[in-house]
Design a protein around this ligand. Structure first.
Ligand code: SAM
Length: 347
Protein backbone atom coordinates (compact mmCIF):
# COMPACT_ATOMS: atom_id res chain seq x y z
CA UNK A 1 0.00 0.00 0.00
CA UNK A 2 1.52 3.31 -1.05
CA UNK A 3 1.51 6.09 1.52
CA UNK A 4 1.92 9.40 -0.25
CA UNK A 5 0.20 12.19 -2.03
CA UNK A 6 -2.66 14.32 -0.92
CA UNK A 7 -6.27 14.94 -1.81
CA UNK A 8 -5.27 15.68 -5.42
CA UNK A 9 -4.27 11.99 -5.83
CA UNK A 10 -7.85 11.01 -5.08
CA UNK A 11 -9.18 13.73 -7.41
CA UNK A 12 -6.92 12.39 -10.18
CA UNK A 13 -8.01 8.79 -9.64
CA UNK A 14 -11.69 9.77 -9.48
CA UNK A 15 -11.33 11.43 -12.88
CA UNK A 16 -9.69 8.22 -14.11
CA UNK A 17 -12.56 6.04 -12.84
CA UNK A 18 -15.18 8.30 -14.43
CA UNK A 19 -13.40 8.43 -17.75
CA UNK A 20 -12.69 4.67 -17.95
CA UNK A 21 -16.33 3.83 -17.46
CA UNK A 22 -17.39 6.42 -20.06
CA UNK A 23 -14.68 5.17 -22.45
CA UNK A 24 -15.98 1.59 -22.29
CA UNK A 25 -19.57 2.73 -22.60
CA UNK A 26 -18.74 4.81 -25.67
CA UNK A 27 -16.83 1.82 -27.15
CA UNK A 28 -19.60 -0.77 -26.65
CA UNK A 29 -20.01 -1.38 -30.36
CA UNK A 30 -16.30 -2.36 -30.63
CA UNK A 31 -17.01 -5.23 -28.17
CA UNK A 32 -13.39 -5.16 -26.89
CA UNK A 33 -11.29 -2.49 -25.16
CA UNK A 34 -7.74 -2.43 -23.77
CA UNK A 35 -6.29 -0.57 -20.76
CA UNK A 36 -2.54 0.10 -20.44
CA UNK A 37 -1.08 1.38 -17.14
CA UNK A 38 2.61 2.21 -17.58
CA UNK A 39 3.22 3.14 -13.92
CA UNK A 40 1.02 0.60 -12.16
CA UNK A 41 1.88 1.50 -8.55
CA UNK A 42 0.16 -0.43 -5.79
CA UNK A 43 -3.30 -1.85 -5.15
CA UNK A 44 -4.34 1.01 -2.87
CA UNK A 45 -3.23 4.36 -1.46
CA UNK A 46 -3.32 5.85 2.00
CA UNK A 47 -3.31 9.64 2.35
CA UNK A 48 -0.46 10.70 4.60
CA UNK A 49 -2.43 13.32 6.50
CA UNK A 50 -5.87 11.79 6.98
CA UNK A 51 -5.01 8.07 6.80
CA UNK A 52 -7.86 7.64 4.29
CA UNK A 53 -7.42 4.61 2.00
CA UNK A 54 -8.66 4.31 -1.58
CA UNK A 55 -7.94 2.04 -4.58
CA UNK A 56 -5.09 2.73 -7.02
CA UNK A 57 -5.36 2.88 -10.80
CA UNK A 58 -4.94 -0.85 -11.50
CA UNK A 59 -7.76 -1.87 -9.13
CA UNK A 60 -10.00 0.87 -10.56
CA UNK A 61 -9.33 -0.27 -14.12
CA UNK A 62 -10.12 -3.90 -13.20
CA UNK A 63 -13.39 -2.82 -11.54
CA UNK A 64 -14.51 -0.60 -14.44
CA UNK A 65 -18.05 -1.25 -15.66
CA UNK A 66 -18.53 -2.08 -18.50
CA UNK A 67 -15.30 -4.07 -18.18
CA UNK A 68 -12.08 -3.86 -20.18
CA UNK A 69 -11.36 -7.00 -22.21
CA UNK A 70 -7.65 -6.94 -21.42
CA UNK A 71 -5.30 -4.89 -19.25
CA UNK A 72 -1.52 -4.56 -19.03
CA UNK A 73 0.26 -3.04 -16.01
CA UNK A 74 3.95 -2.12 -15.96
CA UNK A 75 5.80 -1.64 -12.67
CA UNK A 76 9.49 -1.65 -11.68
CA UNK A 77 10.95 -5.01 -10.62
CA UNK A 78 11.04 -4.14 -6.92
CA UNK A 79 7.29 -3.32 -6.76
CA UNK A 80 5.91 -5.57 -9.49
CA UNK A 81 5.87 -8.77 -7.39
CA UNK A 82 3.80 -7.22 -4.60
CA UNK A 83 1.44 -5.59 -7.09
CA UNK A 84 0.91 -8.98 -8.72
CA UNK A 85 0.32 -10.76 -5.40
CA UNK A 86 -2.08 -8.07 -4.16
CA UNK A 87 -4.02 -8.15 -7.43
CA UNK A 88 -4.26 -11.96 -7.33
CA UNK A 89 -5.69 -11.76 -3.85
CA UNK A 90 -8.11 -8.93 -4.64
CA UNK A 91 -9.23 -10.28 -8.02
CA UNK A 92 -9.07 -14.09 -7.72
CA UNK A 93 -9.54 -15.91 -11.03
CA UNK A 94 -9.44 -12.69 -13.10
CA UNK A 95 -7.25 -13.58 -16.07
CA UNK A 96 -7.76 -10.40 -18.11
CA UNK A 97 -4.57 -8.69 -16.93
CA UNK A 98 -0.80 -9.08 -17.11
CA UNK A 99 1.81 -7.43 -14.88
CA UNK A 100 5.08 -6.65 -16.69
CA UNK A 101 8.05 -6.24 -14.33
CA UNK A 102 10.57 -3.62 -15.43
CA UNK A 103 11.04 -0.11 -16.78
CA UNK A 104 8.06 0.63 -19.05
CA UNK A 105 10.34 2.51 -21.45
CA UNK A 106 12.34 -0.66 -22.01
CA UNK A 107 9.56 -3.26 -21.66
CA UNK A 108 6.73 -1.53 -23.51
CA UNK A 109 6.81 -3.96 -26.42
CA UNK A 110 6.85 -7.00 -24.14
CA UNK A 111 3.54 -5.87 -22.61
CA UNK A 112 1.99 -4.77 -25.90
CA UNK A 113 2.84 -8.17 -27.38
CA UNK A 114 0.32 -9.70 -24.94
CA UNK A 115 -2.52 -7.65 -26.47
CA UNK A 116 -1.40 -7.73 -30.08
CA UNK A 117 -4.54 -9.62 -31.15
CA UNK A 118 -6.48 -6.52 -30.03
CA UNK A 119 -4.46 -3.85 -31.87
CA UNK A 120 -7.66 -2.75 -33.59
CA UNK A 121 -9.55 -2.24 -30.30
CA UNK A 122 -10.13 1.12 -28.54
CA UNK A 123 -7.20 1.46 -26.15
CA UNK A 124 -6.54 3.83 -23.24
CA UNK A 125 -3.08 4.39 -21.70
CA UNK A 126 -2.57 5.89 -18.25
CA UNK A 127 0.93 7.38 -17.88
CA UNK A 128 1.29 8.28 -14.22
CA UNK A 129 4.95 8.74 -13.25
CA UNK A 130 6.11 10.52 -10.11
CA UNK A 131 8.71 12.54 -12.00
CA UNK A 132 10.24 12.59 -15.47
CA UNK A 133 10.46 8.80 -15.86
CA UNK A 134 8.53 8.52 -19.11
CA UNK A 135 10.45 8.97 -22.37
CA UNK A 136 9.09 10.58 -25.52
CA UNK A 137 9.94 7.44 -27.54
CA UNK A 138 7.51 5.53 -25.30
CA UNK A 139 4.66 7.98 -26.02
CA UNK A 140 5.58 7.80 -29.70
CA UNK A 141 5.46 4.01 -29.74
CA UNK A 142 2.09 4.05 -27.94
CA UNK A 143 0.68 6.55 -30.45
CA UNK A 144 1.63 4.21 -33.31
CA UNK A 145 0.37 1.01 -31.70
CA UNK A 146 -3.23 0.78 -32.87
CA UNK A 147 -4.20 -0.69 -36.22
CA UNK A 148 -7.59 0.93 -36.57
CA UNK A 149 -9.39 1.29 -39.89
CA UNK A 150 -10.12 4.94 -39.09
CA UNK A 151 -6.49 5.44 -37.95
CA UNK A 152 -7.47 6.37 -34.41
CA UNK A 153 -4.66 6.20 -31.89
CA UNK A 154 -4.26 4.95 -28.32
CA UNK A 155 -5.76 7.62 -26.04
CA UNK A 156 -3.32 8.84 -23.40
CA UNK A 157 -3.68 10.47 -20.02
CA UNK A 158 -0.31 11.74 -18.85
CA UNK A 159 0.81 13.24 -15.55
CA UNK A 160 3.15 16.20 -16.18
CA UNK A 161 5.14 16.90 -13.00
CA UNK A 162 6.10 20.59 -13.37
CA UNK A 163 7.94 20.71 -9.98
CA UNK A 164 10.29 18.05 -11.39
CA UNK A 165 11.26 20.43 -14.21
CA UNK A 166 12.14 23.04 -11.63
CA UNK A 167 14.26 20.53 -9.73
CA UNK A 168 16.25 19.29 -12.71
CA UNK A 169 16.69 22.82 -14.02
CA UNK A 170 18.26 23.81 -10.74
CA UNK A 171 15.53 26.32 -10.01
CA UNK A 172 15.46 25.08 -6.43
CA UNK A 173 19.22 25.14 -6.16
CA UNK A 174 19.56 21.38 -6.71
CA UNK A 175 20.88 20.05 -9.95
CA UNK A 176 20.47 16.54 -11.28
CA UNK A 177 23.29 14.80 -13.13
CA UNK A 178 22.73 14.61 -16.85
CA UNK A 179 19.52 16.67 -16.66
CA UNK A 180 19.75 18.22 -20.15
CA UNK A 181 19.75 14.72 -21.63
CA UNK A 182 16.88 13.70 -19.35
CA UNK A 183 14.73 16.61 -20.47
CA UNK A 184 15.57 16.02 -24.11
CA UNK A 185 14.56 12.38 -23.63
CA UNK A 186 11.32 13.49 -21.96
CA UNK A 187 10.27 15.95 -24.68
CA UNK A 188 11.92 14.09 -27.58
CA UNK A 189 13.59 17.37 -28.59
CA UNK A 190 15.87 20.00 -27.09
CA UNK A 191 13.28 22.73 -27.78
CA UNK A 192 12.76 22.97 -24.02
CA UNK A 193 16.04 24.94 -23.96
CA UNK A 194 14.15 27.95 -25.39
CA UNK A 195 11.97 27.97 -22.24
CA UNK A 196 15.00 27.51 -19.99
CA UNK A 197 16.78 30.45 -21.65
CA UNK A 198 13.81 32.75 -21.03
CA UNK A 199 13.50 31.60 -17.43
CA UNK A 200 17.21 32.27 -16.86
CA UNK A 201 16.98 35.75 -18.41
CA UNK A 202 13.96 36.55 -16.26
CA UNK A 203 11.63 36.96 -19.25
CA UNK A 204 9.48 34.08 -17.99
CA UNK A 205 8.37 33.94 -14.36
CA UNK A 206 7.78 30.58 -12.59
CA UNK A 207 4.11 30.37 -13.59
CA UNK A 208 4.77 31.14 -17.25
CA UNK A 209 7.66 28.65 -17.27
CA UNK A 210 5.38 25.93 -15.90
CA UNK A 211 2.71 26.71 -18.49
CA UNK A 212 5.29 26.67 -21.30
CA UNK A 213 6.55 23.19 -20.35
CA UNK A 214 3.03 21.77 -20.33
CA UNK A 215 2.30 23.58 -23.59
CA UNK A 216 5.43 22.13 -25.24
CA UNK A 217 4.27 18.60 -24.44
CA UNK A 218 0.73 19.31 -25.70
CA UNK A 219 2.07 20.99 -28.84
CA UNK A 220 4.22 17.95 -29.66
CA UNK A 221 1.42 15.48 -28.92
CA UNK A 222 -0.73 17.34 -31.47
CA UNK A 223 1.81 18.43 -34.07
CA UNK A 224 4.33 15.57 -33.95
CA UNK A 225 2.25 12.55 -32.90
CA UNK A 226 -0.87 13.81 -34.64
CA UNK A 227 -3.43 13.86 -31.80
CA UNK A 228 -6.35 16.03 -32.72
CA UNK A 229 -7.15 17.33 -29.23
CA UNK A 230 -5.22 17.70 -25.99
CA UNK A 231 -6.55 19.03 -22.67
CA UNK A 232 -4.83 19.98 -19.44
CA UNK A 233 -6.12 19.87 -15.88
CA UNK A 234 -4.03 21.54 -13.19
CA UNK A 235 -4.13 19.96 -9.73
CA UNK A 236 -3.18 22.06 -6.74
CA UNK A 237 -2.31 21.40 -3.11
CA UNK A 238 -4.17 22.53 0.01
CA UNK A 239 -2.72 26.04 -0.39
CA UNK A 240 -3.86 26.07 -4.01
CA UNK A 241 -0.32 25.84 -5.39
CA UNK A 242 0.06 23.70 -8.56
CA UNK A 243 1.31 20.16 -7.99
CA UNK A 244 1.03 18.68 -11.48
CA UNK A 245 -1.03 18.82 -14.64
CA UNK A 246 -2.94 15.96 -16.22
CA UNK A 247 -2.70 16.07 -20.02
CA UNK A 248 -5.20 14.12 -22.10
CA UNK A 249 -4.61 13.34 -25.78
CA UNK A 250 -7.17 11.86 -28.15
CA UNK A 251 -8.19 11.81 -31.76
CA UNK A 252 -11.65 10.38 -31.06
CA UNK A 253 -14.50 12.90 -30.95
CA UNK A 254 -16.40 11.10 -28.12
CA UNK A 255 -13.20 10.97 -26.01
CA UNK A 256 -12.70 14.70 -26.50
CA UNK A 257 -16.27 15.45 -25.53
CA UNK A 258 -16.37 13.18 -22.48
CA UNK A 259 -13.05 14.29 -20.99
CA UNK A 260 -13.96 17.98 -21.55
CA UNK A 261 -17.11 17.47 -19.54
CA UNK A 262 -15.30 15.54 -16.76
CA UNK A 263 -12.62 18.28 -16.57
CA UNK A 264 -15.35 20.94 -16.36
CA UNK A 265 -17.15 19.14 -13.51
CA UNK A 266 -13.85 18.45 -11.70
CA UNK A 267 -12.79 22.11 -11.85
CA UNK A 268 -16.20 23.41 -10.87
CA UNK A 269 -17.08 20.92 -8.12
CA UNK A 270 -14.72 17.95 -7.56
CA UNK A 271 -11.54 19.91 -6.80
CA UNK A 272 -13.17 22.65 -4.65
CA UNK A 273 -15.09 20.10 -2.56
CA UNK A 274 -12.13 17.83 -1.92
CA UNK A 275 -9.74 20.75 -1.33
CA UNK A 276 -12.16 22.33 1.08
CA UNK A 277 -12.33 19.07 3.08
CA UNK A 278 -8.52 18.79 3.04
CA UNK A 279 -8.19 22.40 4.30
CA UNK A 280 -10.71 21.66 7.09
CA UNK A 281 -8.72 18.54 8.09
CA UNK A 282 -5.50 20.54 8.16
CA UNK A 283 -7.08 23.25 10.31
CA UNK A 284 -8.43 20.63 12.74
CA UNK A 285 -4.98 19.00 13.00
CA UNK A 286 -3.41 22.38 13.73
CA UNK A 287 -6.00 23.16 16.43
CA UNK A 288 -5.38 19.75 17.95
CA UNK A 289 -1.60 20.22 17.88
CA UNK A 290 -2.02 23.51 19.75
CA UNK A 291 -4.21 21.75 22.31
CA UNK A 292 -7.21 23.82 21.32
CA UNK A 293 -10.54 22.24 22.01
CA UNK A 294 -13.47 23.84 20.27
CA UNK A 295 -17.09 23.13 21.03
CA UNK A 296 -17.99 24.64 17.72
CA UNK A 297 -16.74 22.88 14.58
CA UNK A 298 -16.26 25.60 11.94
CA UNK A 299 -16.76 22.99 9.17
CA UNK A 300 -15.15 22.94 5.77
CA UNK A 301 -14.27 26.40 4.41
CA UNK A 302 -15.53 27.62 1.06
CA UNK A 303 -12.81 27.51 -1.60
CA UNK A 304 -12.93 28.99 -5.05
CA UNK A 305 -13.92 27.00 -8.12
CA UNK A 306 -12.78 27.62 -11.66
CA UNK A 307 -14.33 27.14 -15.01
CA UNK A 308 -12.55 24.73 -17.33
CA UNK A 309 -12.00 26.16 -20.80
CA UNK A 310 -10.23 24.31 -23.55
CA UNK A 311 -7.64 26.22 -25.57
CA UNK A 312 -5.27 24.89 -28.20
CA UNK A 313 -1.55 24.80 -27.47
CA UNK A 314 0.40 27.78 -28.80
CA UNK A 315 3.58 27.68 -30.87
CA UNK A 316 6.43 27.16 -28.36
CA UNK A 317 9.26 29.72 -28.21
CA UNK A 318 12.33 29.09 -30.33
CA UNK A 319 15.87 28.81 -29.05
CA UNK A 320 17.83 32.05 -28.73
CA UNK A 321 21.20 32.20 -30.52
CA UNK A 322 23.17 32.57 -27.27
CA UNK A 323 25.15 29.53 -26.18
CA UNK A 324 23.57 27.89 -23.13
CA UNK A 325 25.92 26.92 -20.34
CA UNK A 326 24.06 24.38 -18.25
CA UNK A 327 26.48 23.93 -15.43
CA UNK A 328 26.61 27.60 -14.43
CA UNK A 329 25.01 28.21 -11.03
CA UNK A 330 21.36 29.13 -11.34
CA UNK A 331 20.68 32.86 -11.14
CA UNK A 332 17.06 32.40 -10.28
CA UNK A 333 15.72 33.52 -6.95
CA UNK A 334 15.26 30.39 -4.84
CA UNK A 335 12.87 31.89 -2.33
CA UNK A 336 10.54 32.98 -5.11
CA UNK A 337 10.67 29.50 -6.62
CA UNK A 338 10.03 27.86 -3.28
CA UNK A 339 6.82 29.80 -3.15
CA UNK A 340 5.71 28.57 -6.52
CA UNK A 341 7.06 25.02 -6.25
CA UNK A 342 5.70 24.28 -2.79
CA UNK A 343 5.73 21.16 -0.69
CA UNK A 344 2.79 18.91 -1.48
CA UNK A 345 1.02 19.42 1.84
CA UNK A 346 0.99 23.15 1.22
CA UNK A 347 2.93 23.91 4.36
C1 SAM B 1 2.76 7.74 -9.07
S1 SAM B 1 3.03 6.05 -8.87
C2 SAM B 1 1.77 5.32 -9.82
C3 SAM B 1 0.48 5.21 -9.10
C4 SAM B 1 -0.57 4.41 -9.80
N1 SAM B 1 -0.79 4.82 -11.17
C5 SAM B 1 -1.86 4.51 -9.02
O1 SAM B 1 -2.64 5.41 -9.27
O2 SAM B 1 -2.08 3.69 -8.16
C6 SAM B 1 4.42 5.73 -9.87
C7 SAM B 1 4.83 4.27 -9.89
O3 SAM B 1 5.63 4.06 -11.04
C8 SAM B 1 6.66 3.14 -10.71
N2 SAM B 1 7.74 3.43 -11.70
C9 SAM B 1 8.70 4.38 -11.63
N3 SAM B 1 9.45 4.36 -12.75
C10 SAM B 1 8.94 3.39 -13.54
C11 SAM B 1 9.27 2.90 -14.84
N4 SAM B 1 10.28 3.42 -15.53
N5 SAM B 1 8.53 1.90 -15.37
C12 SAM B 1 7.48 1.37 -14.67
N6 SAM B 1 7.10 1.79 -13.43
C13 SAM B 1 7.84 2.79 -12.88
C14 SAM B 1 7.00 3.44 -9.27
O4 SAM B 1 7.56 2.28 -8.66
C15 SAM B 1 5.65 3.84 -8.69
O5 SAM B 1 5.02 2.74 -8.10
Amino acid sequence: MANWGGYWTEVKLDVLSKYLSAFNNASRSAKSTVYLDLFGGSLSHTLEQSGKTFPGSTARALRTKPPFSRLVFWELDAQAASLKLDLEEAFPGDDRYKVVAGDCNRCLEEGLESVKDLRWAPTFAFVDPKGLEVEWTTLEMLSKWRRDKKERKVEMWILVPEPAFARVLGLKGTRGEGWPAQLTGYFGTDEWIAIYQRRQSGEFGPQRTRDEFVNLLRWRLEKVLGYEWTHDLKLTNVSDQPIYTMVFATDAFPGNKIMSSIYRATRAKGIPEQRSQAVANRQARRREARGLLTLFDPGAPKVKSWEYKHFSPWKPPIKLPETVVFDEPSESNDSEDEEVWPSPDGS
